[in-house]
Design a protein around this ligand. Structure first.
Ligand code: BG6
Length: 369
């Protein structure tokens, strides 16, 4: 039931804080992770030498975010691949490969077939799924459910933040088993995770009206670009996907570092560009590098909408609009940074008079290959 909401999507975006909180519930005990569903798998998770994430659409972008955390925290190499590409290229798999599939519905045929293929070739399979008892978890060796609650709108929103949450829980669990993070490091990351729901609620309170207003002003826009770097890169692609799906606008997400290798040719005066600005505390001077990307597109007339953490003053003279997210450790920023993009895509589609719950040509779960 959508209750008093204008659409299921409006309701589901407003439930993003709960989706994270409910996915954490019962899985954190005294500063460390316990995932009861994975009891009995300690030897397996300690013995893996590779993780392969398989998914489609929004779920694949959640997987790309998860790669940063999984690799950094567990030191196990991680690849992310679109499920429909994976099984047609004679992939290398072994019993020490853990295949992690991600699917809101648990019924996406491309993902299901990829999981079956991997399992038949000896890999271990773990499903991250939002639907109790769905086919993909039944066909997998293990399942970690996201508890985002039923998602009705075709394009995925609250399930996305829940999927990232589940991947981070998994990463911290494996890191504890393998000793790749100290108990103190795990406790710090757990505290970051626990703080996310409150921070998401704050984004809704402080930014939602402004973003909707911005979307309304941009009702005639025909093309929008999204730039991100590191964990912000999959978020840029997710922002673009949502705009395509909901508002039927041409949109592209790019890695900010790639700009000078091609996409900068697209920038002409007035071109709107969303930039997900990394925290000034991110390693590798990423903040400075993204700021200089903004300078380059701005010099060519781009209209810059920055998503930046509270207190980051460097963006102020460079951006036409700044949408703020609360401070978090850099690895956790994508969960906060994506919600403004969901609100924006929904707002623009609404401004165009479109049905945000049932976009044309799309189905909630695609059960054909
Ligand atoms: C598409 C949906 O058909 O399938 C997307 O429109 C979704 O929103 C994708 O991300 C994958 O679906 P699932 O259920 O496997 O996560």
């Amino acid at each position: 039931e959508k209750g008093g909401w204008s659409s299921f999507m409006a309701k589901e975006v407003s439930e993003e804080p709960d989706a994270v909180a409910n996915t954490l519930r019962g899985r954190i005990r005294e500063g460390h992770i316990e995932i009861p569903e994975l009891d009995g798998m300690d030897d397996l998770l300690t013995g893996i030498d590779r993780i392969l994430v398989l998914a489609c659409g929004t779920a694949a972008y959640a997987g790309m975010v998860g790669k940063y955390a999984l690799e950094s925290w567990t030191r196990v190499p991680v690849d992310v691949e679109l499920a429909h590409e994976f099984r047609y290229r004679d992939p290398v798999l072994s019993p020490s490969t853990l295949v992690v599939s991600i699917s809101q519905s648990g019924e996406t045929m491309d993902t299901l077939m990829a999981v079956k293929y991997a399992r038949e070739r000896g890999a271990k399979t773990l499903s991250i799924c939002n639907t109790q008892g769905a086919t993909i978890p039944r066909e997998s060796d293990a399942v970690v459910y996201t508890h985002a609650g039923p998602e009705v709108a075709v394009a995925s929103t609250k399930a996305f933040v829940a999927q990232i949450t589940a991947l981070y829980l998994l990463a911290l669990h494996v890191a504890r088993l393998r000793g790749s993070l100290s108990p103190e490091q795990i406790a710090e990351n757990v505290a970051e995770l626990e703080a996310i729901p409150g921070k998401l609620s704050r984004v809704l309170e402080t930014e939602q009206d402004r973003i909707e207003q911005l979307a309304h002003w941009m009702g005639d826009t025909r093309s929008v670009l999204f730039l991100g770097r590191n964990v912000g890169y999959p978020i840029a692609m997710e922002g673009a996907l949502k705009l395509k799906e909901l508002a039927y606008i041409h949109a592209e997400g790019f890695a900010a570092g790639e700009l000078k290798h091609g996409p900068i040719a697209l920038i002409e005066p007035g071109q709107p560009v969303f930039v997900i600005v990394p925290s000034p505390r991110a390693e590798g001077e990423m903040h400075r590098k993204v700021i200089s990307s903004i300078e380059e597109i701005r010099a060519r007339g781009a209209r810059v909408i920055a998503i930046a953490e509270e207190g980051d003053a460097a963006v102020l003279p460079l951006a036409d609009e700044v949408l703020r997210i609360p401070l978090a450790a850099p690895m956790f920023e994508p969960i906060l940074g994506v919600m403004p993009l969901h609100i924006f895509a929904m707002g623009l589609a609404t401004a165009k008079g479109l049905d945000v719950d049932q976009p044309r040509n799309l189905a909630k779960s695609v059960t054909v290959e």
